[in-house]
Design a protein around this ligand. Structure first.
Ligand SMILES: Cc1ncc(COP(=O)(O)O)c(C=O)c1O
Length: 434
């Protein structure tokens, strides 16, 4: 099935007892056992079924099957937020004394997780100088457990060369983890290009309406954990926390997600509520249509801003002179995503006046909503970074990040136009001098 169809139907066959066509919300904590033996079989992972919603839930399971199918993966685990997904995705394959190697262009809180939180737990994150495969490869050693990148960096807008990064990983026996939040599987499926694990903040384009937090970890099922048994002992040796289970033996290709669920989700509990899974599924039903409109509106906005002499620069991979244009063509079929950044003439102060004058665009820290949104990363999402760290992450002081919504393009452009005019009114000498 094509992605547009998977988004509507994936992972759900009409529920057999009631014939409910919409996915039912199973708002239950626990599930009754037929007998002591049935309960034991469930706990031994010998029988399929549900035990307790911290481990799995039928509504969440539909979402898991749907996102796995959308990304072309084998299995998925859905959790309470994108950050929880990132945390589990890394912890599940690393241990004290090991490291992961990351591109420098990251969402601000992911950077904080990698630069401060994981190291405080004994797991090092090595930031490469750039997103180039050779910069990543230089940092890999026998303690490396994963390569990490965002398909499209938020807010840097860089596009990672998944095929090349996956080849580096394969050479060293290290999986590639891709955060595909910004691009969505409608623009690219990193697994098709060799990625091993994909992570999502479902909060953004997939949910699509700014109502519900959620995260997903999707396993391609392709990484050969058994071949690299010394590097990944956690999948290949008996797990003392689960009465000696060996994940690769019990779950085969699904070992990674199974361990993530039974070790991290079960014991640390970043659970996605069934009602949230339902709301996210509702959003996903229309994601293909929305992404089409997001992408087309963003193209019109980028062109409008670039033509405007009140704007100093626009970073949009859809422009043929953008350094990432070739990768946008290769991976996204030329459709640049709807997150773009620009700098207004007049620098930081003019940028603030522009931001304050917006009327239709919402001033906030979110993206991927049906509504058009604007953010000033240096003062918000990336505020915890030093100036140098911001620069490496692709954040400039005056930079405004726009997440272009699905409203009528005329209304979007009119709002940008009036905000540019408002910013310019108090900066007349700058424009007059031109
Ligand atoms: C690329 C990216 N990954 C992960 C996250 C974290 O997602 P959540 O807010 O659902 O925890 C975000 C949030 O903005 C993001 O932009």
């Amino acid at each position: 099935m094509k992605s547009e169809t998977v988004a509507v139907h994936g992972g759900y066959d009409t529920e057999p007892t009631t014939k409910a066509v919409a996915v039912p919300i199973y708002q239950t904590v626990a599930y009754e056992f037929d007998s002591a033996d049935h309960g034991a079989a469930l706990f031994n992972l010998e029988a399929d079924g549900y035990r307790y919603t911290r481990i799995n839930n039928p509504t969440v399971a539909v979402l898991e099957r749907r996102v796995a199918a959308l990304e072309g993966g084998l299995a998925a685990l859905c959790v309470s937020s994108g950050q929880a997904a990132l945390n589990y995705a890394v912890l599940n394959l690393a241990e004290i004394g090991s490291n992961i190697v990351s591109v420098p262009q990251l969402y601000g809180t992911t950077y904080t997780l990698f630069a401060h939180i994981l190291p405080s737990q004994g797991l090092a994150v090595r930031f490469a100088e750039s997103d180039r495969p050779e910069a990543i490869e230089k940092l890999i050693d026998d303690k490396t457990r994963a390569i990490f990148c965002e398909s499209v960096g938020n807010p840097a807008g860089n596009i990672c060369d998944f095929e090349a990064l996956a080849a580096v990983g394969a050479r060293h026996g290290v999986p590639l983890i891709v955060d595909n939040t910004v691009a969505t599987p409608l623009l690219v499926r990193p697994i098709d290009y060799g990625a091993d694990i994909v992570v999502h903040s479902l909060t953004k384009f997939l949910g699509g309406h700014g109502t519900t937090l959620g995260g997903a970890i999707i396993d391609s099922g392709r990484f050969p954990w058994k071949e690299h048994a010394r590097r990944f002992a956690m999948f290949n040796e008996p797990d003392a926390s689960y009465h000696g289970l060996v994940y690769t033996e019990h779950f085969g290709a699904a070992a990674y997600i199974a361990r993530c669920r039974s070790v991290y989700q079960r014991t640390t509990g970043a659970v996605l509520a069934p009602i949230s899974a339902f709301l996210l599924l509702q959003g996903i039903e229309t994601v293909a249509l929305r992404v089409e409109r997001h992408v087309e509106n963003a193209r019109r906005v980028a062109e409008f801003l670039r033509r405007d002499r009140r704007v100093a620069w626009v970073n949009y991979a859809g422009f043929s002179d953008n350094p990432y244009h070739a990768l946008a063509r290769k991976y996204f079929g030329g459709r640049a995503c709807s997150l773009l950044t620009f700098g207004i003439a007049g620098g930081l102060e003019a940028g603030k006046r522009f931001y304050d004058a917006l009327k239709l665009f919402k001033r906030l820290v979110n993206m991927g909503d049906a509504k058009s949104l604007a953010c000033h990363p240096a003062s918000t999402t990336h505020r915890q970074m030093s100036a140098l760290e911001q620069e490496k992450a692709g954040v400039r002081p005056e930079m405004i990040r726009l997440s272009i919504g699905i409203e009528h393009i005329d209304d979007i452009l009119a709002d940008l136009d009036q905000a540019l005019a408002a910013a310019q009114r108090q900066c007349a000498p700058l424009i007059a001098a031109e």
